[in-house]
Ligand binder design. Structure first.
Ligand SMILES: Nc1nc2c(ncn2[C@@H]2O[C@H](COP(=O)(O)OP(=O)(O)OP(=O)(O)O)[C@@H](O)[C@H]2O)c(=O)[nH]1
Ligand SMILES: [Mg+2]
Length: 587
């Protein structure tokens, strides 16, 4: 029988296999194993915040599969949960309900809610390896008998149980298509046992010696030694990103680009093109073949790579929810319960997934405050790389100043927004998962996905920006732009006229508001002013689009105006104060 589903351009959820379960139970890993499509998985609740779709092979047919955001219940409490519940309400062919073997009682609450849908359910009892580590053993056969459905034990990360799960899905998928009615009602019999009764019958907990990983996991949650550990993790992360990035840049990438690539490409272009505009656009001061390679690959890439290395490790190990517990009190002062630290930290990578990540927040107020703070004061990893390239060699203090200022503004803006934005943050219990040793292959794949994303997202706009800069310099438009912006650029900010280009390029990408300053021989004060302007300057095009999509055009425009005003205000004040201090020092 052919059960191929017609997609008609759009994904056919109603005929799909739906992966459902509480947050952080391994749905996305299972989805990746079923479909061969690698999607993001992390060891905290709320990784998946939108639908992920793919196809799996079932009895030689391609069957659609949907990975849903995790949900604690069908009374959705966040945008992400709402996505899951809405899809579920539309129906599906087979539900794969993923259960966490270390959290059976909690997960059965959702499982029980799913029984009301007239859709066959296959249970994947996942994380059995972690359960074993904790001395928890579950009789899956008995559980299946009590739930009137197949329960398949899985260790998704190691592919254990996945072939059996595939078989079971295929069986019920085809059965549900073959059957003129919905599946046999005996299959869906609601049972009378309470969740406690079921758990008592199937779960045995033996006392095992706590492993070192569980002991560390628990210690991290207490203020002592949790806070010192957090400080150490922060310092180590900074060391890896800043120190490692600098070493990678100056020992490997810059020599390759500057000593090998640039002379050769310049010679090649000069051989074929006579001196003139085209040659300048290709290999001149803002030559696209020179800066278009040096900026993204030699100056930014090392920091992006190492930042994602550190972030992915923190995500996969399960450290971030522990940090969330420690900073909960602090973050609540700016209207954000602790779990919001996760999208906040992601913002230091890129604001787009971070703003999407706020879908897991449980109130609109939280989402809005978090989005505003990320858009206003959190530099993305590419921009941080640009700051390090610009200031790192000149003055570490200046670099530090930029980040301290950004923290100050985030705290101030958060406190104000907490007062102004109506509503209140819902009280939530932070879901702390078991500490895990990251799975090597998914860890590497995750870094690769992010890197690929950066290269695809960054390289083309950066090239376009550089071509634009080259054209503006080549056609003397820079003088026109410089004259228009002279009162602002020269008198208020104390920057040279040609720095006006940064305001134009910064609209395309945030690091482009910084990079041109590298070519301008500026004083340390000017570098600080330029960096401060770039730090608060408007969100890049991609962020603007995501703001409009996730909120409203009005929110995007307000943020656009607020960030630009803040950028010019702070930049100007720092220039004026700096000039005054220098004047006093000289006297
Ligand atoms: N040790 C172990 N780790 C697992 C297993 N299954 C998943 N994981 C890890 O558990 C974490 C959560 O997995 P995800 O697939 O992101 O969970 P999810 O259910 O999609 O989470 P949300 O999207 O937040 O709802 C990840 O760090 C996985 O690598 C397993 O069977 N054993
Ligand atoms: Mg997921």
């Amino acid at each position: 029988m052919d059960c191929h589903v017609e997609y008609d351009g759009k994904f056919d959820h109603k005929n799909a296999v739906l992966l459902i379960g509480n947050p952080n139970v391994g749905k996305s890993v299972i989805f990746s194993k079923l479909t061969g499509i690698h999607v993001m998985s992390s060891n905290y609740a709320g990784t998946t915040v939108q639908l992920m779709t793919g196809k799996m092979e079932a009895n030689k047919a391609k069957v659609p599969v949907v990975d849903l955001p995790g949900t604690y219940s069908l009374q959705a409490n966040s945008e992400a949960e709402m996505v899951a519940v809405n899809i579920l309400n539309q129906g599906g062919r087979v539900i794969v309900c993923v259960l966490d073997a270390t959290n059976l009682a909690r997960d059965l609450m959702l499982a029980r809610e799913l029984e009301k849908f007239q859709v066959p359910i296959v249970y994947a009892l996942n994380l059995v390896d972690v359960a074993e580590r904790k001395g928890i053993s579950i009789d899956s056969k008995e559980l299946g008998r009590l739930l009137h459905a197949p329960v398949i034990e899985t260790v998704a990360t190691k592919n254990i149980g996945i072939p059996q799960l595939k078989e079971s899905i295929a069986y019920f998928y085809h059965a549900s298509i073959d059957s003129s009615e919905r599946l046999d009602s005996s299959f869906k019999t609601l049972h009378d046992e309470s969740i406690d009764e079921i758990v008592n019958q199937v779960e045995t907990i033996s006392t095992v010696k706590q492993t070192w990983i569980d002991r560390i996991g628990e210690a991290m949650l207490r203020p002592i030694p949790g806070v010192p550990i957090a400080m150490f993790v922060l310092a180590l992360s900074l060391g890896i990103v800043v120190g490692g990035g600098k070493a990678l840049r100056s020992l490997l990438l810059l020599p390759i680009v500057n000593d090998f690539y640039v002379p050769n490409i310049t010679a090649l272009v000069e051989r074929f093109l006579s001196e003139g505009a085209l040659q300048n656009i290709l290999v001149g001061e803002f030559g696209v073949l020179v800066k278009g390679i040096e900026w993204p690959f030699a100056l930014i890439l090392p920091y992006v790579l190492l930042f994602y290395f550190v972030l992915s490790f923190l995500e996969d190990s399960g450290y971030l929810p522990r940090l969330a517990v420690l900073v909960d009190g602090l973050l609540r002062k700016v209207g954000l319960p602790g779990h919001n630290i996760v999208p906040f930290i992601m913002g230091y990578g890129c604001a787009v997934p971070a703003i999407l990540g706020t879908r897991a927040s449980t109130s609109y107020k939280e989402r809005l405050i978090l989005t505003c703070l990320i858009s206003i004061g959190v530099p993305c990893t590419a921009q941080t790389g640009a700051f390090i390239a610009l200031l790192g060699d000149q003055s570490i203090l200046a670099l530090l100043f930029i980040f301290i200022l950004s923290f100050g503004v985030i705290i101030f803006a958060g406190t104000m927004l907490n007062r102004w934005v109506p509503g209140r943050a819902e009280p939530v219990i932070i879901d702390v998962p078991s500490l895990l040793v990251p799975n090597f292959s998914s860890f590497m794949k995750k870094i690769w996905i992010r890197l690929k994303h950066f290269l695809l997202e960054a390289e083309i706009p950066m090239m376009l920006g550089i071509i634009l800069a080259a054209l503006i310099f080549e056609t003397a438009l820079i003088h026109l732009l410089g004259s228009w912006l002279e009162p602002l650029m020269v008198h208020w900010l104390g920057l040279p006229k040609e720095a006006s280009i940064t305001l134009l390029l910064g609209i395309i990408r945030r690091e482009l508001a910084v990079m041109p300053l590298l070519e301008m021989n500026l004083s340390v004060l000017q570098l600080i002013v330029g960096s401060v302007v770039a730090l608060f300057y408007l969100p890049c095009i991609s962020v603007f689009i995501v703001l409009v999509k996730e909120f409203k055009l009005k929110v995007a425009i307000y943020l656009f105006l607020a960030t630009t005003t803040l950028a010019l205000l702070f930049g100007g004040l720092i220039h004026q104060i700096g000039r005054f201090v220098l004047f006093l020092l000289e006297r």
